[in-house]
Design a protein around this ligand. Structure first.
Ligand code: F6P
Length: 507
């Protein structure tokens, strides 16, 4: 760390102590126009944040002296910024306009359109988990009003109920299965694929013609028996949680069509251009990334909620959870050093207004002050002229804004403490006109850049995920011990007891 960084961090620590003595009521008693940024129809309102103009300047300075810009440039030109795996980070290139001229795009989009035009295909099931599931499932729901292809389903969990529930809606002779797995080794996905094969076999339908693969390991898909013209690959430099833009988006493309998918890519590209060109003080992802660091490192807030006021975006918190927590949930820095301060916050959330009727009590009156993002499309995605839909949507908007105000400003009732709302709970409102494919692409790219900027400032490598490996290895060892009736001496007596009990019950 340079002396500049140390000095700015010390100043920020002092500013954090000072800001804790001020209430958002005071901070917001004057107009804070400089704390609202926009990009086309997207507006991001930071006014209810525990910051002053001077704090924002110090945070921007921290980004500058830490080398955020240089890091972003290295990433964009394909340097191996994923240093523990010695790989470049290539997902932004997937939404660059040049891709739409590429052979890869022509094959992928051509295939999606062929499936859409084929009347015999009525159901498409994506088998994948984590980054091979969450992005696609979330986008499919977000753009439900744009879906005009065959019905598309996602099954991820190794619990057979996940795929079992989907299969109930499908007929084998009209179904295609996409195995989506970057590594093509993930146990959940391969076991679900085996379950699907069994389903076809029991119906007397040839499974081989039904299977398609999306992977960064095409040779493994070929070895599995999938025909080469039905294998769509992407680069190792595209991390699973950043991969919805790649061939991993195939199920979405089949549902909405290649044109709309290209519009989704264009929206993301607009955010890439913004993040690379806007000065830090006007740069939406950089400001959000800095505030994430501000809350986590300086105000010691370990949790961060994302509340989309949109039923269609109800899966976004789950996607954002993997994005941030798998990227930045680390205690070791980029150069193998132990971090002396925490990195990623715990990300969680649920759609509003539903969330208001479950955990908002905790947000308003709990002891912890939890910052949140409120996501707000300002008009419905469809039926925008229907008077009932308009009225409903206005009520949704009113609720979102009301919650931000109530959380920030509270209301005093010191005679009845249980009716006292302390306020001072910060939020960011991100609003846009309507959730089109373009607007959605722009929003998702925003969150990706927030994770990358904050991860860099936390000092971690946002592109690896070694922490998932131990659990996988233990599950394999446990199953192996069961199968071979071997020894459970590597496991605790409680683990051995439970697994044997399950075996006795399952039979
Ligand atoms: O176990 C974690 C993980 O590796 C994620 O990073 C990834 O998104 C998911 O599993 C699925 O991996 P794959 O796409 O290789 O099947």
């Amino acid at each position: 760390m340079t002396s500049n960084q140390t000095e700015i961090q010390a100043r920020l620590t002092m500013s954090a102590a000072e800001i804790c003595t001020q209430h958002l009521r005071d901070l917001c008693s004057v107009t804070r126009d400089e704390l609202t940024l926009s990009l086309d129809d997207m507006s991001v309102d930071f006014t209810r944040q525990p910051v002053t103009a001077s704090i924002m300047q110090q945070l921007c300075l921290l980004a500058e002296v830490s080398g955020v810009k240089e890091f972003q440039q290295q990433m964009m030109v394909g340097q191996a910024v994923n240093i523990s795996e010695n790989r470049p980070v290539l997902h932004c290139g997937l939404r660059a306009p040049e891709r739409l001229q590429s052979e890869e795009w022509k094959q992928l989009s051509g295939f999606a359109e062929t499936i859409r035009a084929d009347d015999t295909v009525r159901h498409v099931i994506n088998l994948g988990i984590g980054g091979s599931d969450l992005g696609g499932a979330m986008v499919l729901k977000a753009l439900a009003h744009d879906c005009d292809g065959p019905d598309v389903y996602f099954a991820g969990n190794i619990d057979p109920a996940a795929l079992g529930d989907v299969l109930k809606h499908c007929t084998p002779e009209h179904t295609r299965i996409i195995i989506t797995s970057k590594s093509f080794t993930t146990a959940e996905t391969l076991m679900n694929a085996a379950l699907a094969r069994d389903w076809f076999a029991k119906a007397g339908v040839d499974a081989d013609t039904a299977f398609i693969a999306v992977t960064a390991a095409p040779e493994k898909a070929r070895a599995y028996g999938i025909e080469s013209n039905k294998i769509f690959s992407f680069s190792d430099g595209v991390g699973g949680r950043y991969s919805v833009w790649s061939a991993v988006g195939l199920p979405v493309m089949i549902a909405i069509g290649a044109d709309k998918f290209s519009s989704f890519l264009r929206g993301a590209h607009a955010m890439d251009q913004h993040v690379m060109t806007a000065p830090f003080a006007d740069n939406i992802p950089v400001m959000m990334g800095l505030l994430r660091v501000w809350h986590r490192r300086y105000l010691n807030r370990s949790s961060y909620a994302i509340i989309p006021y949109s039923e269609r975006l109800s899966r976004l918190p789950a996607w954002a959870q993997q994005l941030e927590m798998e990227s930045n949930g680390k205690r070791v820095g980029r150069h193998n050093e132990l971090l002396d301060k925490p990195a990623a916050p715990l990300i969680w959330g649920e759609a509003g207004t539903n969330a208001q009727h479950s955990f908002f009590q905790f947000l308003h009156q709990g002891i912890d002050e939890i910052p949140l993002d409120i996501l707000l499309p300002l008009s419905p995605s469809n039926n925008a002229d229907d008077p009932f839909w308009k009225a409903h949507h206005m009520t949704l908007v009113a609720n979102a804004v009301a919650q931000a105000e109530a959380l920030a400003f509270g209301t005093d009732n010191l005679d009845h403490p249980h009716q006292h709302f302390p306020g001072n709970r910060p939020s960011i409102i991100i609003s846009w006109q309507r959730t089109t494919p373009y607007a959605l692409g722009r929003l998702l790219a925003l969150y990706e850049h927030v994770t990358i900027v904050s991860g860099f400032l936390f000092g971690v490598n946002s592109f690896d995920q070694w922490g998932v490996e131990l659990g996988k290895a233990r599950a394999i060892a446990l199953e192996e011990a069961l199968k071979t009736d071997g020894s459970f001496s590597d496991f605790s007596p409680a683990a051995a007891h439970l697994i044997k009990r399950a075996r006795d019950i399952i039979g």
